[in-house]
Design a protein around this ligand. Structure first.
Ligand code: FE
Ligand code: MN
Length: 303
């Protein structure tokens, strides 16, 4: 019997928000306390709209500290601060332009920090006054979005980046939230200057209000889109909301079954990042303990 395909395991630095905000703080704890050599940077730690000189200084320190601690930074993801705005699908085209420029600046930061991939959710359309939600994005909005993504890929190529990501979220007002939508978007981006790929999140594909059979739905996302998924977010969750719990919290995600599914679908050689968020008022010491335990659980399961 041949050895099972290795699943590179890392952590998204979203948990560091407001706490371990510089690489002098996060790099040693990721390496020594959590035993990891792979991270996904969070743009909740560096705002690409900071003045150029500040962004460049932070990028240089991140590059240096990651190397000094033997940590590879796979990618930089948008984080929660910028996600809060409606980004590339805001009703005001001037805000969409701002969001496009935000991403170009994020690419510039990433390139300076030695990070070659950038991604996250794309944006959200506004809710309707009566609270009803359309099943589909307006076709003109979709075309404009794809146009922006193609432009962004040109910028990314110019800066030497290798890959851009869309993270599908479980919201009808964001895009894409179904497998056929994701497939269509990937096809429409076929001629992109650098490849656009998917980062799927275990708490998104399993959100029961949108997907009545959560376990089967996660399997479908991974199996049907295996050729365009090159990164995964894992979290503990209950399928009732997108919880982003760590694995010390009881929930519906079985890490052993998750590892088996990643291997069965063929996604397994792609890295998997634990992505957890804590209330700001939660104390930092107990977070580190919970993360340590969670990483041990995942390492055991992923073999
Ligand atoms: Fe995620
Ligand atoms: Mn999420």
């Amino acid at each position: 019997m041949s050895a099972p395909v290795a699943i590179p395991l890392g952590i998204n630095l979203g948990f560091c928000t407001k706490r371990w905000v510089t690489p002098e703080l996060w790099a040693p704890l990721v390496r020594e306390r959590l035993g990891l050599d792979l991270v996904q940077f969070s743009l909740d730690l560096v705002d690409p709209m900071w003045p150029d000189a500040v962004v460049e200084r932070h990028a240089a320190v991140i590059r240096r500290q990651a190397a000094a601690h033997g940590i590879a930074i796979h990618s930089a993801f948008i984080g929660l601060a910028h996600y809060t705005f409606n980004q590339l699908l805001h009703p005001d085209p001037a805000v969409r332009d701002y969001a496009e420029n935000w991403l170009v600046r994020a690419y510039r930061f990433a390139a300076a920090a030695g990070i070659t991939r950038v991604g996250g959710p794309l944006g959200a359309v506004a809710a309707r006054a009566d609270g009803s939600e359309a099943d589909a994005l307006d076709e003109a909005d979709y075309e404009e979005l794809v146009g922006r993504m193609l432009r962004l890929a040109e910028q990314a190529r110019g800066l030497g980046l290798s890959e851009l990501y869309v993270e599908p979220t479980p919201l009808r007002r964001e895009w894409p939230w179904t497998i056929p939508q994701a497939r269509r978007m990937m096809a429409d981006l076929g001629g992109s200057a650098v490849p656009w790929r998917l980062c799927v999140d275990w708490g998104h594909g399993t959100f029961r209000p949108l997907y009545p059979e959560p376990e089967a739905e996660m399997e479908r996302w991974l199996v049907e889109l295996a050729d365009v998924i090159t990164a995964v977010h894992i979290q503990q969750t209950d399928f009732a909301l997108d919880r982003h719990w760590d694995f010390t919290v009881p929930g519906a995600v079985d890490p052993v079954a998750a590892a088996a599914l990643l291997r069965r679908s063929g996604v397994a050689p792609s890295p998997v990042f634990l992505e957890v968020f804590y209330p700001f008022e939660h104390d930092s010491a107990s977070i580190l303990k919970a993360l340590e335990d969670s990483m041990n659980t995942l390492r055991r399961a992923f073999g």
